[in-house]
Design a protein around this ligand. Structure first.
Ligand SMILES: N[C@@H](CCC(=O)N[C@@H](CS)C(=O)NCC(=O)O)C(=O)O
Length: 334
């Protein structure tokens, strides 16, 4: 994978798997907090989100912005869905609205011209100080939810009083097996690492399908940040992640797929499927989902060739179909 190394774009530096063949996600570099750090006060129009519609981590931040009604307070722009050798790129169709840069790495270099690390989305950018505030999706999601609340046009709290501990626990609980689990399965280069990731992923999905049998959302009766995190993985699952093991043995000679029968689609889960449609149908969410970008990203060499894509025509998730889950709880927010 490509990355910046002391300010230079390098294609030879980064190794994502450890010696056991397990995929290791790098930790992010910019971790400032709007509202808590006096350099970054809460101000309408001051901050910008760079995202990619294909990326599940970036999707969390776009969903939170939409649910809170922060579109007028925090601007947003997209990079092209296919990550090329030069990394994430802007284009004529999807230009960098702030500086007219060619690549997202140029934005990182504006923040730190000696930057070493991967050039990832999402990025929360401060237009006034001209630097990256934060590039960790979980933290950006929380900031949009809480620090930016005074600017929000919707009375929506995704980490409500009394739920805080549970929301953090849930976000932690689904991260390894589900959100990152699909990548641990897809990027594993040894049989052992692959099997462990697949077992954990489907044990977790089975578990949450059961939990969602008698509660509408992960934390109970209302939608929280944990659901935002879960949805971003589920919505990509049938089109992208589910296709991985079909081709994985062809990609990695040393990984075979005895666990194939374990792989279910979200459509095969009664409750997870209804839950995914439920979240999709909440005001503002559908427009954050760009299935075309999702499928193009995973199908065009941006990721290991084992990933997707399904033909969009072939897989119609029927996301607008009734879900009946309002019988479990009549409200969505506190
Ligand atoms: N921990 C980061 C991970 C973000 C991430 O890995 N984004 C991917 C896109 S899905 C990316 O930009 N990858 C580019 C790279 O790793 O070089 C977060 O949650 O914000």
């Amino acid at each position: 994978m490509n990355m910046l190394y002391e300010g230079e774009w390098r294609t030879d530096k980064f190794v994502a798997n450890n010696e056991d063949g397990e995929f290791e996600r790098q930790t992010t570099e910019f971790r400032n907090w709007v509202g808590e750090d006096e350099r970054f006060p809460v101000e309408a129009g001051r901050y910008h989100l760079y995202i990619c519609r294909a990326c599940p981590w970036a999707h969390r931040t776009a969903m939170t912005r939409a649910l809170k009604g922060l579109e007028n307070a925090v601007s947003l722009s997209l990079v092209e869905p296919v990550r090329i050798d030069d990394g994430w790129e802007f284009s004529e169709d999807l230009p960098d609205p702030l500086y007219g840069e060619e690549f997202l790495r140029d934005i990182y270099l504006r923040a730190d011209d000696e930057f070493t690390g991967r050039v990832t989305v999402p990025v929360l950018w401060d237009k006034q100080r001209e630097t990256i505030v934060n590039n960790e999706s979980r933290e950006i999601m929380r900031m949009l939810d809480e620090a930016f609340a005074p600017l929000a046009e919707h009375d929506v709290d995704l980490n409500p009083d009394g739920y805080e501990e549970e929301v953090d626990r849930l976000i932690d609980e689904i991260y390894e097996p589900v959100n990152n689990g699909v990548y641990r399965a897809g990027f594993a280069t040894t049989q052992e690492a692959y099997e462990e990731a697949v077992e954990e992923l489907f044990d977790a999905l089975d578990h949450w399908d059961e939990v969602l049998d008698d509660q509408r959302f992960l934390a109970g009766d209302v939608l929280t940040e944990a659901d935002v995190a879960m949805f971003a993985t589920l919505i990509r699952f049938d089109h992208v992640y589910h296709t991985t093991p079909i081709t994985l043995p062809k990609v990695c000679d040393n990984v075979t797929d005895p666990l194939r029968e374990k792989w279910k689609r979200i459509r095969d889960y009664e409750n997870l499927y209804g839950y995914m449609r439920d979240v999709y149908q909440i005001d503002g969410i559908a427009k954050t989902v760009n299935m075309d970008h999702i499928v193009r990203h995973y199908g065009n060499g941006a990721s290991p060739p084992g990933f997707g894509p399904y033909d969009l025509e072939e897989v119609d998730l029927q996301l607008g179909q009734p879900h009946g889950r309002d019988e479990l709880s009549s409200k969505i927010f506190v």
